[in-house]
Design a protein around this ligand. Sequence first.
Ligand code: DSN
Length: 447
Amino acid sequence: MTLDPLKNTDSEIAALIIREKKRQKEGLEMIPSENYVSDAVLQAMGSILTNKYSEGYPKKRYYGGNVNIDDIEELARQRAKKLFNVAYVNVQPYSGSPANLAVYLAVLKPGDTVMGLDLTHGGHLTHGWKVSATGIFYNSVQYHVKPDGRVDFDELKKLVKKYSPKLIWAGATAYVYQYEFDKFAAIADSCGAYFAADIAHTAGLVIAGAHMNPAKYSHIITTTTHKTLRGPRGGMIMVTRKGIKKDPDLPAKIDKAVFPGLQGGPHDHTTAAIAVALHEAGRPAFKKYGRQIVRNAQKLAGELIKNGFKLVGNGTENHLLLIDLNPVFGPGGGFFAEYALDEAGITLNKNTIPGELSSPYYPSGVRLGTPALTTRGMKEADMVKIARWIKNIIDTVAVSRLPDKKEDRKEYIIRFKKEISKNVKIKKIRQEVKQFAVKFPVFAVDI
Ligand code: DSN
């Protein structure tokens, strides 16, 4: 694959893509929801399938010329069914948010009660957070985690008794434990609610056997396809055998909710790339990959603790870590760590922590993970180095404090950024990170 046609047509975009390739290759990608796709996934994604309209489902389309698209979509569905051991799959959601919204549309009426994990406690926006459509059009009651970061199942039970929700979500964007799907299922079954497991973060771990599969416990499973699953940006909704037992019409309701309820034509190039990613995930090497992600995350957690950091949950059971930066910066210091590390080529994201004393925009922690590093072939010994770089960078900016008064923040941050851009220690680590990172090949980015 060459960028020549793009360079000839639009040199500005070509130049920006080349710059981004360099960034992805020379840095350490530690945002736990990101990954590197293979050349094969990228090729399917960038194929002529983008030219086609296919509203409807295989053999039931509103457009002609779908003979090949039908086969592609069917392959994607069959591969997902086999890998996740579920009865039915819809591969058309454009991404995780529309997939989740389609679940609401399929099983609830506007105003019905839904329960999900509070966003500031690590939950997803689309599990009923107040500014999301799911919190605006539905009666959302949020549950929380305990100070150790684990879901407070006693609170969940009490809330379920009080509010009798019709739908309960499990799944999170910042959760360091395995999701206890069996416990959620028992609680949802006690009130007759639908139980939906959102495994966007852990889908690849589930396939690898490195995380419990919710298929036995939930009625519905949703996921994005671009995180640990290592596919294109997209989404899937699955209906389990338990789901069909509860409601035999559930697959039809889900299909109707995705199209025509919420979306128009599926993105066939994405469907093909999802099929390729699922094919890759069915290989024995993917099982090794998924398990190595967790081993790397646990090694990194141990090293960060040795370097004096406080971790939510004191470690991790999956691919993701949350550093509580209150002891370093006081409340609201996540921004300083994210920015300084990014300058050194280590990309992660600021994040709220359980019991957050600041706000989602200026949170008190950072979230990081190992899926992308593991794709590049990094192992436990590499985590030791990375933990040391993280420690050195954060030490360099540890004197920073988020001003209490909102009106003082802008100027403080401008000054902070200026100082960082001149910091010699950060520049030196940037070079070390670069020399280290380029030794690990990056699938499609190497082209
Ligand atoms: N935006 C996603 C994440 O980064 O975790 C939430 O699904």
